[in-house]
Design a protein around this ligand. Structure first.
Ligand code: ADP
Ligand code: ADP
Length: 226
């Protein structure tokens, strides 16, 4: 059961100019349901580019991609947006929660946007928040939460609409090492509970080693790490 399939992706920025940079040169990847895969690469190697293409925020020059069994290659903006809203969750290094809303509201809002009724959306939000240990902070705004709590809420928001894949770019990169480990564990347990596939870019090799497998992005291609 493959939830994300990338084949032969290439991407070049500023083609034909002196600043031309070929970031992807035939990247292939398959994520199976329920697995958490670490994406490790030096800074500037193209991790963000790869995650943006995988999440349909950017397009490759060449190559195909399939999300949750649906071919997303060459589709128009409306189709890409629909697939992204239904099947993809994103987490970044910074939480990007809405400051005027409570933790609960931040997790409920994406569901309301997808047509879920308010009471059901809040119940699911509360369930997600309790699974990562922040239920008692549900009524607080982001500024009233610690960095670790903010990231836990951001994970819940990313998973609010039950996506099939989670794409994360240094999700604990902004936290101190002790907090980072605990917050990472919370993310892993959410991934394992929900059975989604996660592709998690990280510089932290200890965290990478705790995932199901490690993939390196090097020379524009993806290879299993040693
Ligand atoms: P990473 O996330 O691994 O640091 P990025 O995907 O952000 O790498 O960037 C890969 C390379 O592509 C870098 O050399 C970066 O400067 C370049 N790059 C990224 N986005 C653009 C863009 N929009 N235009 C031109 N060059 C870009
Ligand atoms: P950490 O050491 O994990 O970053 P903090 O020391 O920042 O945590 O916060 C400890 C506790 O205090 C957490 O439960 C956090 O939610 C709460 N807290 C932090 N800042 C505020 C604030 N401005 N208002 C209310 N509660 C806060």
């Amino acid at each position: 059961d493959v939830t994300l399939r990338l084949n032969g992706l290439t991407k070049t920025y500023l083609k034909g100019t002196p600043g031309e940079v070929q970031v992807l040169r035939g990247a292939d990847l398959e994520l199976r349901a329920g697995e958490a895969v670490a994406l490790v690469a030096p800074s500037g190697a193209g991790k963000s580019t790869l995650l943006h293409i995988a999440g349909l925020l950017d397009t490759p020059d060449v190559g195909t991609l399939e999300i949750a069994g649906q071919d997303a290659t060459g589709k128009g903006d409306r189709t890409r947006t629909a697939i992204r809203r239904r099947d993809v969750g994103f987490v970044y290094q910074f939480h990007h929660l809405l400051p005027e809303f409570s933790a609960l509201e931040n997790v409920a809002l994406p569901q309301l946007a997808n047509g879920v009724a308010e009471r059901a959306a809040e119940a699911r939000a509360m369930d997600l928040l309790s699974r990562v240990g922040v239920a008692e902070r549900a009524r607080h705004r982001p500024a009233e939460l610690s960095g670790g709590e903010q990231q836990r809420v951001a994970f819940c928001r990313a998973l609010a609409n039950s996506p099939r894949i989670l794409l994360a770019d240094e999700p604990t990169g902004n936290l101190d090492p002790g907090t980072s480990d605990q917050v990472f564990d919370a993310l892993m347990s959410l991934v394992k509970d929900t059975g989604l596939s996660a592709l998690i870019a990280t510089h932290n090799l200890d965290l990478a080693a705790r995932m199901d497998r490690v993939i390196r992005l090097e020379g524009g291609m993806l290879r299993p790490a040693e």
